[in-house]
Design a protein around this ligand. Structure first.
Ligand code: GSH
Length: 238
């Protein structure tokens, strides 16, 4: 009988989840991937909300320490500290990594998410929203492009959790239909990260989970989509 993996990662095929998969793979950790079918509303179940009251993936359960962690940024920091890799343990270098990680968590992730919502899921509801989020996503790409001008990675020579987090979005510019033309540093950095064996393993898992998610989405009814997007009868006004 093979031993129980140390971790369970509750996730879907999204960038917020795949940045954690990248880290687990970089650290060669054993984990079980539990696909939470968000198009079918599994994130709203009481069992899942007991793990994350915010009802979002990823959530990581560490069976070794008996700890449950939600929010992708917190999970990356948790793993980095537990295993002493990909985040310097003190000083200026640590805060360099943390500030670029926070830029992804609070800026790149949410902005790319809204860009995707208003271009793919609801392209016709608001020109203003669509153009605003696309423009802000491109602006953030240019912040990264500039940062990478004289650096191999976001924080110099050290590949870190900040790179993993940003790559989860910037490594998929074609999918988001965002332009990489003229952004040669992002292209070079993405190529470097994509060539890492851990990234290849992450991409393999991502393909499998995204295929499953596409199948789930095709079975989702209007009600499921309304609940996912918090609209229709799920819209909150007060
Ligand atoms: N800030 C969160 C964002 C997580 C997030 O938005 N996850 C999406 C990924 S698909 C989700 O769970 N969506 C389900 C929903 O919106 O109900 C993180 O970085 O962990």
């Amino acid at each position: 009988m093979s031993p129980q993996p140390q971790f369970t990662l509750y996730g879907a095929g999204s960038s917020a989840v795949m940045k954690v998969v990248l880290m687990l793979e970089e650290l060669h950790l054993s984990y079980r991937f539990e696909h939470v079918k968000i198009f079918r509303g599994e994130q709203f179940s009481p069992a899942f909300q007991a793990l994350n009251p915010n009802g979002r993936v990823p959530v990581l359960v560490d069976h070794g320490t008996n700890r449950t962690v939600f929010e992708s940024g917190a999970i990356l920091i948790y793993l980095a500290e537990e295993f002493g890799e990909f985040l310097p343990d003190k000083g200026e270098e640590r805060y360099e990594v943390l500030q670029w990680l926070m830029l992804e968590v609070s800026g790149i992730g949410p902005t790319f998410g809204q860009h995707l919502h208003f271009t793919r899921f609801e392209p016709n509801v608001s020109d203003y929203a669509r153009e605003r989020y696309t423009s802000q996503a491109i602006r953030l790409m240019d912040v990264v492009e500039q940062r990478l001008q004289e650096r191999k990675y976001l924080c110099d020579e050290q590949y870190s959790i900040a790179d993993m987090a940003a790559f989860a979005w910037l490594g998929r510019l074609e999918v988001f239909k965002l332009p990489h033309e003229g952004r040669k540093n992002i292209v070079r950095w993405c190529k470097d990260i994509a060539a890492r064996p851990a990234t290849e393993r992450m991409e393999q898992l991502a393909r499998q989970i995204r295929d499953e998610a596409t199948a789930n989405r095709s079975q989702a009814g209007e009600d499921d989509m309304d609940r996912l997007f918090g609209r229709g009868e799920f819209l909150r006004r007060s």
